[in-house]
Design a protein around this ligand. Sequence first.
Ligand code: PRP
Ligand code: MN
Ligand code: MG
Length: 185
Amino acid sequence: MSVHPHIKRVIFTDQQIKDRIIEVGKEITNDYKDSKELVLIGVLKGSFMYMADLVRAINLPNTHVSVDFMSISSYGHGTTSSGVVKINMDLKADIAGKDVIVVEDIIDTGLTLQSLLVNLQARNPASLQVSVLLRKKEALKVEVPCKYIGFDIPIVFIVGYGLDFAEKYRELPYLGELKEEAYKN
Ligand code: PRP
Ligand code: MN
Ligand code: MG
């Protein structure tokens, strides 16, 4: 497989990602055996690839499993931290009384998820958990409850598998570190 010329090194190959997601899917399958209704909420855009693989790794024939998406912009990443997310596209369905897992590609500072969880909790789901593919542990500014984690990674500029830099590189099937010259001009 050829690697994009802007990628310094591949951090996780598409096979490593798939293998890890199979494990996470088994964990979720095991934990939600008794669930009547499970809603996976993908946070656009970064989560689209992870969602597609994760949902196929979950095997719950006796549960009504559904997929929904939200598009949000978060304020508070700069100097001001309002901790409020702006919803650009909301869920299609009501989550009250349902088991919910938020599906995110990455937790960086944690601010996006923190405010999203406050918003979702107010809708009274039966349960609310988070499944994130990547966590930059050292970058966390707030504690976010996160039950299912794919990989812990160091603070590097990572793209691919849904993650972008300026809306580029989302299509790459692997996760890679971006070369400095690719984001400095
Ligand atoms: C990225 C990523 C997470 C969030 C993590 O989304 O997909 O949603 O930032 O950052 P945080 O933990 O510091 O809040 P982004 O806002 O870039 O939108 P995108 O998913 O459309 O790329
Ligand atoms: Mn995102
Ligand atoms: Mg982004």
